[in-house]
Design a binder for this molecule. Structure first.
Ligand code: PGA
Length: 252
């Protein structure tokens, strides 16, 4: 397979400083036991990024931010820019997570600016999309995801698009213990890849890693990752335990 298999941990607003260092040290120690073709990504809270990077810098585990600002720099109290992330060792950034969309009203306009910032600063965007429960119940999940892609990532040039990763995260599955079935995940991932084929061509679509997110854990990762178009996972809760995170990475 020409595309990368990736297991990414989104720590969200969890861990204190010693816990974060402990978690990343355990991940590093256990990372030798995962298949060669699987890349591990971790996204700790901003304040730990530099120390986490120092621990991981000689390893293959990549460090990234959970978000970045839509602006380059300046009077934006409390914001963190893409260039700051880059300067402390980040190589990727999660953008458009449903929690950011919900609590911080992030929409297509702002996410387009964030993705530009990320790309300008050589950070790989992990762009999240996914429908709410009522949207799935109304049978609108594909329409919703297509719109989320169209208003942000489908505005990118082919060259830019080839730098991104997409994470499909049905909102009803995030932190709920209710995972999408392997069939539901595969159906959406195949749909996304088809849209990418139509927009950027077959080669770009085949090279795109599409991760599944939403209550992914060691007990269900294997059947999810066995699906043809599921190239890995974006892991929340289960990424806070090194053993679980590594077990997920061993599930290909
Ligand atoms: P979860 O979160 O694994 O805890 O459901 C996934 C995510 O939000 O990225």
């Amino acid at each position: 397979m020409m595309r990368k298999q990736i297991v990414a941990g989104n720590w969200k607003m969890n861990t204190n400083y010693p816990e974060a260092l402990d978690l990343v040290t355990n991940i590093l120690n256990e990372s030798k036991n995962i298949p060669d073709q699987v890349a591990l990504y971790v996204a700790p809270p901003f304040v730990y990024l530099s120390d986490v990077y120092k621990i991981l810098k000689d390893s293959a585990v990549k460090v990234g931010g959970q978000n970045c600002s839509w602006e380059k720099s300046g009077a934006y109290t409390g914001e963190i820019s893409a260039s700051m992330l880059k300067s402390v060792g980040c190589s990727f950034v999660i953008l458009g997570h449903s929690e950011r969309r919900k609590h911080f009203n992030e929409d297509g306009t702002i996410l387009s600016k964030k993705i530009e910032q990320a790309l300008e600063n050589h950070l790989q965007p992990v762009f999240c999309c996914g429908e709410q429960l009522d949207e799935r119940e109304a049978g609108k999940q594909k329409e919703v995801v297509e719109n989320q892609l169209e208003e942000v990532v489908f505005l990118l040039s082919k060259e830019q698009f080839q730098k991104i990763i997409i994470a499909y995260e049905p909102v009803w599955a995030i932190g709920t213990g209710r995972t999408a079935s392997p069939e539901q995940a595969q159906e959406m991932h195949a749909f996304i890849r088809k849209l990418v084929t139509n927009k950027y061509g077959d080669d770009v679509a085949k090279g795109l890693s599409i991760l599944y997110g939403g209550s992914c854990k060691p007990a269900n990762a294997m059947e999810l990752f066995a699906q043809e178009d599921v190239d890995g996972g974006l892991i929340g809760g289960a990424s806070l335990k090194a053993d679980d995170f590594i077990a997920i990475a061993r599930s290909f």
